[in-house]
Design a protein around this ligand. Structure first.
Ligand SMILES: [Zn+2]
Length: 132
């Protein structure tokens, strides 16, 4: 099955969630802009060959920031992956398509809910158009 985002290569987990897919790169770039942190931008990522290695690299990159900021980063990484998976499934199973800006809006909405549930993401997502 082709990637439901870019339709240029075979779909793999690391392609659709990492930095290889143009759509995924755009989403991560939007997340970097929203949070004001380049650790979310694919240009700061080392090449990875699997989701497990990609995740290990993301977690390792936030460890020097301290425990609580690292948890906030992990929450935003997981939230973004979750919403990208939902967008993938929306395209595959419902034949509906959200552009990157709409996916970012969904991520922000979900972030509000996650914050209410106790996720420590407020310090990464403050601002008028962000999580209250
Ligand atoms: Zn793709």
């Amino acid at each position: 099955m082709w990637c439901p985002f870019c339709h240029t290569v075979e779909e793999t987990a690391i392609h659709i969630l990492g930095d290889d897919c143009r759509f995924a790169r755009t989403i991560w770039g939007l997340i970097a802009g929203w949070t004001g942190n380049q650790l979310f931008h694919p240009s700061s990522w080392a090449d990875t060959s699997s989701i497990r290695l990609w995740w290990a690299d993301r977690i390792a990159s936030t460890k020097p920031l301290g425990k609580l900021p690292a948890k906030a980063f992990a929450s935003v990484f997981l939230l973004t992956l979750w919403e990208m998976c939902k967008e993938r499934n929306r395209r595959v199973f419902q034949h509906k398509l959200n552009p990157p800006a709409a996916v970012l809006a969904l991520i922000k909405e979900e972030a509000t809910l996650w914050k209410r549930a106790g996720a420590r993401i407020g310090e990464l997502t403050s601002g008028a158009d962000d999580v209250p």
